[in-house]
Design a protein around this ligand. Structure first.
Ligand SMILES: [Zn+2]
Length: 238
């Protein structure tokens, strides 16, 4: 695999960078999406508020359905998936950084480029996925190219991008001792064909769309909201 894309939940990579993933696959590179909070809670765990609103009777049912929706979405793009076994925020009691670091570094060992979420909107799971990945990468001298993607649909909220800058990485710089330099934004408006493929993939997340639409408006059908993807390069210095 040439390119690894880190996704906090089953849907974030496709919502945020589905056009880029499809374009990479078309250029002959192979991609893999690693979902950080991809674990399936015990079958008796009651569902969170979000999972109840999405129609699920248990946490396990939600996780299994979301995983299968994600597989269908990734198939549209020509990509594949990999899941770390941490639970979604409402179900998670602790975070095992060492286990995540070895899982991530093993997956990334064959890649040339890694994409990580910017955590626009500051969803705690997105912040954790971003910073935990940077922590893992900071322990190596890997030559991986690091790219950061703007989280969609969070980045469509007016003003949400305002706080995102090099200073968003200062806590991680302090705890890892590595200097991080964010490059200029690269905003890509998807051409018709890539947009069609991305939209087909996005509608695979059938259980998630109603609640996302309630929170963010009709971002799937309105042509512009998911069609612009934003990326930055991130340099990790010693
Ligand atoms: Zn998410």
């Amino acid at each position: 695999m040439d390119v690894l894309i880190v996704s906090p939940h089953f849907d974030d990579a496709v919502l945020s960078a589905g056009g880029r993933i499809a374009a990479l696959e078309r250029s002959g590179l192979s991609t893999c999406v690693l979902t950080v909070f991809g674990g399936v809670p015990e079958s008796r765990t009651p569902p969170s508020r979000w999972d109840v609103a999405s129609g699920f009777a248990s946490a396990a049912q939600a996780a299994l359905m979301r995983r299968s929706e994600d597989q269908a979405a990734l198939e549209f793009l020509g990509s594949t998936g990999l899941a770390f076994d941490a639970y979604d925020g409402p179900y998670r009691a602790d975070w095992e950084q060492d286990a995540y670091s070895s899982f991530l570094l093993d997956a990334a060992s064959r890649a040339r480029t890694i994409y990580i979420p910017a955590a626009i909107g500051k969803h705690p799971d997105h912040v954790l996925a971003r910073d935990a990945t940077l922590h893992a990468l900071s322990t190596t001298n890997s030559m991986l190219n690091i790219r950061v993607y703007a989280d969609l649909p969070y980045a469509t909220v007016e003003g949400s991008m305002a706080g995102f800058s090099n200073s968003s990485f200062s806590a991680t710089e302090a705890s890892t001792g590595r200097r991080m330099t964010l490059g200029d934004v690269d905003e890509v408006h998807l051409a018709d064909e890539l947009w069609t493929v991305k939209r087909s993939a996005v509608v695979s997340y059938r259980s998630q769309i109603p609640e996302l639409v309630r929170a963010f408006g009709d971002f799937v059908m309105v042509d512009s909201l998911l069609r612009s993807e934003r990326f930055w390069s991130l340099k990790l210095e010693s």
